[in-house]
Each structure stands twice: as C-alpha cells, then as structure tokens.
Design a protein around this ligand. Structure first.
Ligand SMILES: Cc1cc2nc3c(=O)[nH]c(=O)nc-3n(C[C@H](O)[C@H](O)[C@H](O)COP(=O)(O)O)c2cc1C
Length: 351
C-alpha cells in the first residue's frame, strides 16, 4: 500500500470544492436537517476495533466474492448517486469508465443524467440498476425492462425516499429539467406537457411491501431493498420476495437522526440470520471501515460520496483511484488481521 485513502479523499473533496459551484458541491456533500446522521454514520464505523489473528499465512488475501449471482472483484460497490452531470461534464459515462478500470460494480441510479445505453456501453463488467418507483408505474416498468435488456443483473429498490428529506444546504440539485428527464423522456406519452411529465415522475409515496414482488416479477431479476434500518423490516422485505436488503440511511440525506448504518447492521444481520446477503452503506471512508462491516456480517458494502468526489476532481481516473484505494486498504488490513478471504470474516474479529 503506498497511499492513504484518507489523504486521497481529502485531496479530492478539496479539489471538488474549488472546481464545482457552491450549489453543486453542497448538493453532493449535504445531509438532511442538522446533519447528525451524516456525521454519526461516519463516526460509528470508527468506534470498532479489530482483534487480529496471527499465524494465518495470508500472503495475497483473496478479495473476490459473489453476491446474488454477481461475481465481485471486491466486496465494495459504487452506490447509486443521482445527477453525475453536476460533478463532471460527461456525467455517469465518465463514472462508468472509472468503475470499469477498477473492475468494480456500479449501481446505476434511476436519476442518471446520461442515457442508460451510453452508461451500459462503458460498463465492461456486470452492473445493477437502482429503482425509484414513480407515480406513473408504466414509467418505472419501462425503465426497469430497459435496464434488464441492457444487462443489469439485479434491481435495487430504494425505499427511504417517499419524498426528499429536507436539507439546509444543497436541497435542490442544480440540474435542468432536460437533464433530469434524459432517461424518462422516451417513455412518456408523446405530446405530454412538462406538467404532466413532472406529475408522472413524482415518487410514488404509496409503495408497500407488495411492490417488491411486483418489481421482481417484471423481469425476474433479484430485488435488493435499499434503506432498511431495522431487523423486523428486513425480515418483512425478505418475506415479501426481496433477495437482499441494504442497510442504509441514504448517506444521512433523508431522515436526520436516523440510526447510523454501522449501528443498525448487527440487528439486521441477526434478524436475517443467513437467509440472504445483507449489504450496507453510509460513511464508509476507509478499507478498515469495510473490514468492520464485513466482520459485522455484511456481504458487501457500498460507497457514495467518495466516488463522486473522485469523479469531480479527476474524472474516471479519480473514480478508479478511489476504488483502488479501498481495495488496497482492505487487502492490507486483511493481511495484518490474518483474514485470507472474504468468506473468513467472523463477528469476533471486531469489538
Ligand atoms: C449526491 C448523492 C445522490 C444520491 N442519489 C441517490 C439515488 O439516486 N438513489 C439512491 O438510492 N441513493 C442515492 N444516494 C444515496 C447513496 O446511494 C448512498 O446510500 C449514500 O451516498 C452512502 O453514503 P456515503 O455517501 O457516505 O457513502 C445519493 C447520495 C448522494 C451523496
């Protein structure tokens, strides 16, 4: 390992601050309300300490794993984040180049600002699609079928955003109606007015557990439910047909004071009891954070802002360097802690 991810992320965030408009920077950086959940999500990982094992002969730890039939080079995914056009002129296409260069897996958001076809063309490995269910279900249906047709291997249904959580800074994303519409455009009724389109694209606040099976049955792809912070909800999601849950508080951007994912993870892992993989995101900023998450029972982790800072500061190369940073730090920590493979993580590795 020849550099610290902490230093890389600090450098990229600083560069993003000087390159982007204040509105763009704030949109990416902000958390909801007083940003308690934002701060705590990061701090909560750092409270854990590792209990390393010795004499395990771990030269060259194996970071590869598999989640829901998708092979991963490392247990770290690029979380779905909206509107990459605010960070880079090439938007998600540039992100996809960086992810491919790092051999990573990108979860492409419903709110991408480049057309899905162009993003998919730059993704040389498997990718997943994130779903927001909008009030005109036919729009969601068309988008999901289109993503499946382009090769998406799983659907991540985000359920913690019936509407957007209030933010004191960066509440409104600095994107135009056109940029927002780029993927929806082809699916709306020709001749529809902007008002009609906006109404059709509004989040469907009425979604319920039955939405999981509805979504799964559209394409047969496995559905992960993102935004679960309680064991009982996780079990209810699996009972309703989910293949997995993602423990997440949306990067502290929705309900302020929502529990930190690092704290909620253990309860969810215990409630799920090995029935399904559990993923987690929020405030994961180092390889040792990933290590802690895996020890607590996560099958894989996701990162949001760090990738966007890399994109803003240095395009595809920035994205690649960030992802390589996580990989190198996780590899380093696994070696020093005597963990040779992802399957060797156990709960007793952390306190
Ligand atoms: C700028 C920004 C945009 C986001 N957009 C989406 C989105 O479109 N869909 C979604 O499910 N989550 C979205 N999220 C939440 C992320 O998927 C993820 O849960 C969160 O960023 C993880 O926290 P981290 O940024 O500390 O890594 C967004 C987060 C950020 C920072």
């Amino acid at each position: 390992m020849d550099e610290s991810l902490t230093d890389v992320l600090a450098e990229y965030e600083l560069a993003a601050r000087s390159k982007l408009t204040q509105a763009a920077f704030d949109y990416i950086a902000a958390g909801a309300g007083d940003e308690l959940s934002l701060e705590e999500s990061r701090a909560a990982w750092r409270r854990y300490r590792i209990r390393p094992r010795v004499f395990r002969g771990v030269e060259g730890a194996d970071l590869s794993t598999e989640v829901l039939g998708t092979e991963l080079a490392m247990p770290l995914l690029v979380a779905p984040t909206a509107y990459h056009i605010v960070a880079h002129s090439e938007g998600e296409v540039e992100t996809a180049r960086g992810v491919s260069a790092a051999g990573g897996l990108m979860v492409v958001t419903t709110r991408a600002t480049r057309v899905m076809e162009e993003i998919a063309a730059e993704l040389h490995g498997p990718w997943w699609y994130q779903v927001y269910v909008v009030s005109d279900r036919r729009l969601t249906e068309s988008l999901v079928r289109r993503a499946a047709g382009l090769g998406a291997r799983a659907l991540m249904l985000t359920v913690d955003l019936p509407y957007t959580g209030f933010k004191r800074r960066g509440h409104v994303a600095p994107v135009s109606g056109e940029q927002h519409l780029v993927n929806f455009g082809t699916h709306v009724t020709p001749g529809a007015t902007l008002e009609e389109i906006t109404a059709a694209m509004r989040q469907d606040e009425s979604i319920g557990f039955e939405t999981i099976a509805w979504l799964r049955d559209l394409t047969g792809l496995p559905v992960l439910v993102k935004g679960v912070l309680r064991g009982d909800d996780a079990v209810a999601c699996l009972d309703a047909g989910a293949a997995s849950v993602v423990v997440s508080n949306h990067g502290g951007r929705q309900l302020d004071r929502a529990i930190a994912p690092a704290v909620a993870l253990s309860e969810v892992v215990e409630a799920v009891g090995g029935r399904a993989p559990v993923l987690v995101d929020g405030g994961i900023v180092s390889g040792t954070d990933v290590f802690v998450a895996l020890a607590l029972g996560a099958s894989a982790t996701m990162v949001g802002r760090p990738v966007v800072w890399g994109l803003a500061a240095s395009g595809a190369d920035g994205v690649r360097r960030v992802l390589d940073g996580y990989r190198n730090e996780l590899d380093h920590a696994m070696g020093l802690a005597g963990v040779g493979a992802i399957g060797d993580f156990t709960r007793d590795l952390v306190v």
